[in-house]
Write a protein that binds this ligand. Structure first.
Ligand code: GLU
Length: 447
């Protein structure tokens, strides 16, 4: 297998699907050498099969806004790969959602889920619906209309959606309510990220951010460093950034920046508990403005419009918002300002040039599919609790999450250690995830 040949083929077939092509390129480059040591993979055309989703559902979502106007969006569910378990992955509601974006996310999800040690295949879905400025009632009507189409594509042993950008606990509640009405079954295992009183796992809201910090701790420990006292710049103020800020502060680090589409809030004294709580209010308001933080905490948080979190001096950068949010120029600025570690929490948050810059300039770097896997892993734990009709307490979930993140770090080290002793976490994560999925596909024959 030659990465260039496969890429030429899929570029010709999907010339406009930039994010999808970027995600495939990154994985194929990392696995090429290992893949070519396994002629049985090549005989079974594992790579050709793996880069194509199993199936794509696309549907019209029609709903009525608060002014009584009829609105139409496009919804999708991409069932990417079910070699190691039922399809599993989040739903993204964002104005920029396209099949390319969801294909990249579904592809990445397949390897991420394989890393979690749990039996989950890969999927992603969502809609080009923009929650910004929408009322709670509009969000509810949209979620209900979306589920009217989605409900018979999903099921606890078939495909289990969850949240992603623009979809949190509130949206999962509205989606589940409509699912239950249509299916006439109390199938809690059909969605994860549910409320704690109706089948949700304790700690699922925190899990992506907490897991990211546990992974970061392992990475720092391996490099002989400690997180205590480190200055952290993070992007976003949604669920993931909130969990990361909470755990980082608890571990003794100082979160000195949070950002949004409108600019960055610098917090020289470090983020406080009140500010972390306020992130949830900002998310629920649907205003999508980080300036609200500076307005609420004048003197403590200083807003600069149009700037990214990466312009703030820090030791560790944690992209927690959106794909390609950190460019090569940002990477250079971070390094020039003293940053020595970047753990990608968002999916494909760093552009290829940024990753290359970090890796060739001594900045520790780990990719999203390893760092953020605690979210979907805890979804997997939620599925287990639902299947057993029980619920674990916070300490039990946290211990399992800890164990999973430790194991993901170990897999990265196992497959990513280079001849000079350094660890290539991109290679490590990609090869570990790939080997598991490829072996399962091989064993299940040509289907
Ligand atoms: N959207 C999250 C992710 O990117 C969580 C998916 C899930 O819990 O199924 O992994």
């Amino acid at each position: 297998m030659k990465t260039a040949d496969i890429m030429a083929r899929i570029e010709a077939k999907y010339p406009l699907e930039k994010e999808y092509l970027q995600a495939v390129q990154e994985v194929l480059e990392s696995i090429e050498e290992v893949y070519n040591r396994h002629p049985e993979f090549e005989r079974a055309k594992i790579v050709e099969r793996m880069v194509e989703p199993d199936r794509i559902f696309s549907f019209r979502v029609t709903w009525v806004d608060d002014r009584g106007e009829v609105r139409t969006n496009t919804g999708y569910r991409i069932q990417f790969n079910s070699a190691i378990g039922p399809y599993k992955g989040g739903l993204r509601f964002h104005k920029a959602v396209t099949p390319s974006m969801l294909k990249f996310l579904g592809f990445e999800q397949t390897f991420k889920n394989a890393l979690t040690t749990l039996p989950m295949g890969g999927a992603k879905g969502g809609a080009d619906f923009d929650p910004t400025g929408k009322s709670d009632e509009e969000i509810m009507r949209f979620c209900q209309a979306f589920m009217l189409e989605l409900w018979n594509c999903i099921g606890p042993d078939q495909d289990i959606p969850a949240g992603d950008v623009g979809v949190g606990g509130r949206e999962i509640g509205y989606l589940y309510g409509m699912y239950k009405k249509l299916a006439r079954q109390y199938n809690t295992g059909v969605l994860t990220g549910k409320g704690a009183t109706w089948g949700g796992s304790i700690l699922r809201p925190e899990a992506t951010g907490f897991g990211a910090l546990y992974f970061t701790q392992h990475l720092l420990h391996k490099a002989g460093k400690d997180i205590k006292g480190c200055r952290i710049a993070l992007s976003g103020f949604g669920n993931v950034a909130w969990g990361a800020a909470t755990k980082a502060t608890e571990l003794g680090a100082k979160v000195v920046a949070v950002s949004g589409p409108d600019g960055v809030c610098e917090i020289p004294g470090g983020i406080t508990k009140e500010m972390i709580d306020y992130m949830l209010v900002m998310r629920a308001s649907n205003r999508n403005r980080v300036q609200d933080m500076a307005d609420k905490f004048p003197g403590e948080a200083v807003f600069t419009p149009g700037k990214k979190a990466w312009s703030v001096k820090c030791d560790i950068a944690l992209p927690c918002a959106f794909q390609n949010e950190l460019s090569e120029d940002d990477a250079r600025e971070l390094k020039a300002n003293g940053c020595w570690c970047c753990c990608e929490v968002s999916n494909m948050g760093c552009q290829p040039g940024a990753i290359h810059f970090f890796q060739s300039n001594g900045v520790l770097f780990a990719p999203g599919k390893a760092v953020n896997a605690g979210g979907v892993a805890t979804s997997g734990l939620e599925m287990t609790q639902n299947a057993e009709h029980i619920s674990w307490d916070a300490s039990e979930v946290d211990a399992k999450l800890h164990f999973i993140m430790k194991s993901i770090h170990e897999q990265c080290v196992k497959y990513g250690t280079q001849p000079d002793g350094s660890i290539d976490y991109v290679k490590g994560a990609n090869i570990a995830g790939f080997m598991k999925v490829a072996t399962a596909m091989l064993e299940q024959g040509t289907v």
